[in-house]
Design a protein around this ligand. Structure first.
Ligand code: KG4
Ligand code: ZN
Length: 365
């Protein structure tokens, strides 16, 4: 029987301290033996966004506890582990450093190989962990910090087909919620309001649809929303629940339409590679939005492409995805050593021109 490979993964690039153990026996599907995510939402709540220094300190305080919990939950000891994988960027540098230093300490103490993982690769390879799909596939990464189309061709081979030139959609949802006095995170609250709203009442723009290619822009939508809100407030002295619901529905529909049309274009580029079993996969918190998910699913169906959306706990930040990338990299003979650095910016596809802007959480890619 083929020897099992067991990888410990660490993630601390944003506001979740996470550790996980993933194991794979031969060519069997990889198994998540444990996945611990210690969120920091309560620490940042009063500030309306993630405070990098607070995040870094909380990661440094919790990462070792998190690793212990992951090992315990998985029922393995460090001596059962084959390699330590850690997010080495992109992200908030203090947090990334906390993870990298912890992983280096573990590697030195145990003599185990160290594997630096790009956080975006973690999201991008998740459908291989959950659904064992083959390369190449198209990935739409859509969260509070990222928005890009990736042609995923191999463990270490990505081509970015396009992405946002300003805000990520999750960020736009969060700002919309703030402008309308709804609770954070904004995505779920805007979606809940939109359910009873009329998406056609307010004419939101569809940014960049007139421009060829797969680049996107979302910051204009929140400016449009601000102007519409102010107009209603000036006319009526305030927003009724129906006004708020209609604004949310109009905003959400605009985001969904832009994502759907740009996905259509990205699929055309992907299908030109004539994949044997074409797949469109999504990851990131915004993929939890039912309207967006349904529209993307329809675009995939229109093109005869399988649609995969991993369970939400694996769509959002976690360390199982980092451990899984570590596993693929280990099998490919890719290793790092103690010269591994923490990188605030680390595009997956260094050949494509840099995109402008970044998400609220500062992950620039
Ligand atoms: O992937 P994620 O947990 O964290 C990173 O940004 O890395 O994504 C969080 C983002 C937030 O901006 C949140 O508002 C958004 O995903 N989100 C949603 C929904 N649920 C979460 N956006 C739209 N609709 C939702 N249902
Ligand atoms: Zn992420």
């Amino acid at each position: 029987m083929a020897k099992a490979l067991t990888i410990l993964g660490l993630e601390s690039s944003c506001d979740d301290t996470a550790a996980a153990v993933v194991r794979q026996c031969g060519s069997e599907p990889a198994e998540i033996m444990s996945s611990i995510v210690l969120g920091q939402a309560d620490l940042h709540a009063a500030f309306g966004g993630v405070v990098p220094e607070i995040a870094a300190r909380a990661h440094a305080e919790k990462i070792d506890i998190c690793v212990k919990q992951a090992l315990m939950r998985a029922g393995v000891a460090l001596s059962d582990v084959d390699a330590i994988a850690v997010t080495a960027g992109p992200g908030l540098i203090g947090g990334v450093l906390a993870g990298v230093m912890c992983a280096k300490g573990l590697a030195v103490g145990t003599g185990l190989p160290l594997i630096g993982v790009n956080h975006l690769a973690g999201h991008a390879l998740t459908p291989r962990l959950t659904d064992q799909i083959d390369y190449p596939y198209l990935m739409l990464l859509v969260s509070g910090g990222h928005c890009q189309f990736l042609l995923v061709q191999g463990t270490d081979s990505f081509t970015r087909l396009g992405g946002t030139i300003d805000d990520a959609p999750g960020e736009a949802f969060d700002k919309t919620a703030r402008l309308l006095g709804l609770p954070q995170p904004g995505g779920p609250s805007v979606e809940a309001e939109a359910r009873s709203g009329d998406a056609a009442r307010y004419a939101f723009p569809r940014p960049l649809l007139d421009r060829e290619g797969c680049d996107m822009s979302f910051s204009g939508l929140k400016t449009a929303l601000l102007r519409m809100r102010d107009r209603v407030v000036a006319e009526k002295g305030g927003l009724t629940p129906a006004d708020r619901a209609d604004l949310c529905a109009g905003f959400q529909m605009a985001v969904a339409d832009v994502l759907a049309e740009k996905t259509r274009r990205a699929l055309r580029l992907y299908l030109a590679h004539q994949p044997a079993a074409p797949v469109l996969a999504v990851a990131g918190g915004v993929a939890a939005n039912s309207l967006i998910r349904n529209k993307l699913e329809s675009v995939a169906a229109e093109n005869g492409v399988r649609f995969i959306a991993p369970p939400l706990s694996l769509c959002t930040d976690n360390a199982a995805m980092i451990a899984y990338v570590g596993l693929e990299r280990y099998r490919a003979g890719l290793r790092d050593d103690l010269t591994l650095i923490a990188r605030p910016r680390w595009p997956l596809d260094s050949a494509s021109p840099a995109l402008l802007g970044s998400g609220k959480k500062g992950a620039k890619a």
